[in-house]
Design a protein around this ligand. Sequence first.
Ligand code: SAM
Length: 295
Amino acid sequence: MTTALVTEPDSAAPPLPRPFLKWAGGKGQLLRQFQPLLPASYGRYFEPFVGGAALFFSLQPARATLTDVNSELVDCYRAVRDSVEEVIAALSHHTYDEAHYYRVRDLDPASLSLPARAARTIFLNKTGFNGLYRVNSAGRFNVPFGRYVNPSICNRPQLRACSAALQSVELAVRDFERVIDHAEAGDFVYLDPPYSPVSSTANFTSYSAGGFSFRDQERLAALFAALDKKGVLVMLSNSDVPEIPPLYSKFRVDRVAALRSINAKSDARGRVGEIVIRNYTTRRSRKAAPADKAG
Ligand SMILES: C[S@@+](CC[C@H](N)C(=O)[O-])C[C@H]1O[C@@H](n2cnc3c(N)ncnc32)[C@H](O)[C@@H]1O
């Protein structure tokens, strides 16, 4: 099937920035529930598992560092920050067509210019199965073609709004643990790791070659404690599975409900519990949920 490129019309009022990629575990639906849990003020904003960056785009902090281990993702943000018009031009070469999808999927990202690489990432994300990001053992993207009706591939106003929000942002490919070398007392770190599987069949750990093991969850809990010791404000979200809260027994745990929107098995979608762990309180959250406090 071939359809013409679908673009959003340019509108007079610039839209608010919001994620331009669909991302497993994206926090768009939880932003309202996160609102009362956020610190009232902070220095620099850090998001070491940036993914679709839903919280960053909604907060638009003045000073921010966004990092992730996924280099294709970080390159995509770099290109949108520095060369958004070139990314938009490169996206105009893509069409929603199965044969074209597999040709683009087979391209080596390293052989492409930064804007063309970002356009490839955005195109595969908008037209691949369920917006998943999955790589094979060689680190090559291997998600199959997705079935959509006229998918929007290039939302120009949205990309430009995201580019504006990213202008002064520092971007880097690195493991989450390294945030300890950069965040200082009074800064705010939001940690949103790959989900701990809610059942033995769930598989939310394939964001990058290597996955995210329980050992990584323990490294993360140690990082949380180290950031706390440094005086950094820390908020972490994770799925509400029994093995996670005991890792944070010294800290405050609040429960929120999340609608999982990406799952390989569509019948497994639905509302699941999510926990938010913090090392600080806010006036509203002290009133709203004192019973949820752990430890
Ligand atoms: C749940 S997603 C983040 C979702 C994001 N908050 C959003 O709103 O879209 C988790 C992210 O962690 C990244 N990741 C996995 N292992 C990592 C590691 N060891 N260090 C840094 N990032 C990692 C993945 O590439 C993925 O983008």
